[in-house]
Design a protein around this ligand. Structure first.
Ligand code: HSE
Length: 314
């Protein structure tokens, strides 16, 4: 009997991780988006409900990230049926926590269940990237890969090759989201199109040092490496009010390093253990509060499990 309904969850992610622009990313525990699909005899995708977006996401099937992914998959599979979609946004929009990726990946997993699992993980990554293109015009894979596969991932090339990098078990992160929205499209426009050889060398060195530090379980070195981005973080820091103060607060609270989460404005800090992450999160939120900005806090392991199917019904 075919699957008639499916519900999938996809977690928040932190992309870039300092010098790894469009390359590094990891999943975090807790917050995420849920997509529910129900098979319908009529072809096409209808958005039945979107909850948690304050009415701000597009309701047209081809312009909404989640429904655009499902549409593309149903068309690629050339099936004679369609789907009704419910999207429950657990992630704030334009937050730098991989909100559009979580919608895209949850949609891809739920749609694949309706299609009896005919698409491979690699195919799902491609469909989820289509969602990123709908959201911000660029099909970058550094959020969708960790969102789908979990852990800490490195993506490169076209089509992307994905490597999973083992994260030392004690490494945790504080992710702090200020009550400010920064559209990814705008944050990407701030990234320089050309960089000097000196900046390129600095970023290649820092990115390689971060991976080497993960292998050695050397959190101090990882913290220095993730703060050594010579290209993107300097170009974007000015888009985030209070950026320098919040980063200083994280380091003063004992974090090994802190930087922008994805395209921002959220920031993350790396710590040894959960208690340290809680302290860093509180210090970062307090620094934002002094700037007149309220913030939401998340604390979890660096590299949590990826998206999962919650339920399917036949
Ligand atoms: N790598 C992307 C960027 C992540 O920084 O623009 C955005 O979600």
């Amino acid at each position: 009997m075919p699957v008639r309904a499916a519900i999938a969850f996809a977690p928040a992610t932190v992309a870039n991780v300092g010098p790894g622009f469009d390359v590094f990313g990891f999943a975090i525990d807790g917050p995420g988006d849920v997509v529910e699909l129900r098979r319908t005899p009529r072809p096409g995708v209808r958005i039945a409900w979107i909850l948690g977006d304050g009415g701000r996401l597009p309701r047209a099937a081809s312009r909404n990230v989640a429904s655009a992914v499902v549409l593309k998959m149903l068309r690629a599979a050339a099936v004679p049926f369609g789907a009704d979609l419910v999207l429950r946004k657990g992630l704030p929009l334009g937050s730098g926590m991989g909100s559009s990726s979580a919608s895209a990946v949850a949609a891809a997993l739920a749609a694949n269940a309706l299609l009896d699992g005919r698409f491979s993980d690699r195919d799902l990554l491609g469909f989820a990237r289509h969602g990123e293109r709908v959201a911000c015009g660029a099909a970058h894979a550094d959020n969708v890969a960790p969102c789908l596969f979990g852990g800490f991932t490195l993506v490169r090339g076209e089509p992307p090759e994905v490597d999973r990098i083992a994260v030392p078990p004690r490494w945790h992160v504080a992710v702090v989201h200020p009550g400010i929205e920064l559209p990814t499209r705008r944050a990407r426009a701030a990234v320089p199109e050309k960089v000097s050889v000196a900046a390129m060398t600095a970023n290649v060195g820092a990115a390689a040092a971060l991976i080497a530090a993960m292998h050695r379980r050397d959190i101090a070195s990882a913290g220095r490496a993730l703060m050594a981005d010579a290209v993107v973080e300097p170009a974007r820091a000015g888009l985030i009010p209070g950026y320098a103060a919040v980063r200083r607060a994280a380091l003063a609270a004992g974090a090994a390093g802190a930087s922008i989460s994805g395209a921002g404005p959220s920031m993350f800090a790396l710590t040894d253990g959960r208690a340290g992450a809680k302290m860093a999160a509180a210090a970062m939120a307090a620094a934002w509060k002094r700037e007149g900005v309220d913030a939401e806090l998340f604390v979890g392991r660096m590299g949590a499990p990826g998206a999962r199917l919650i339920q399917e019904g036949r």
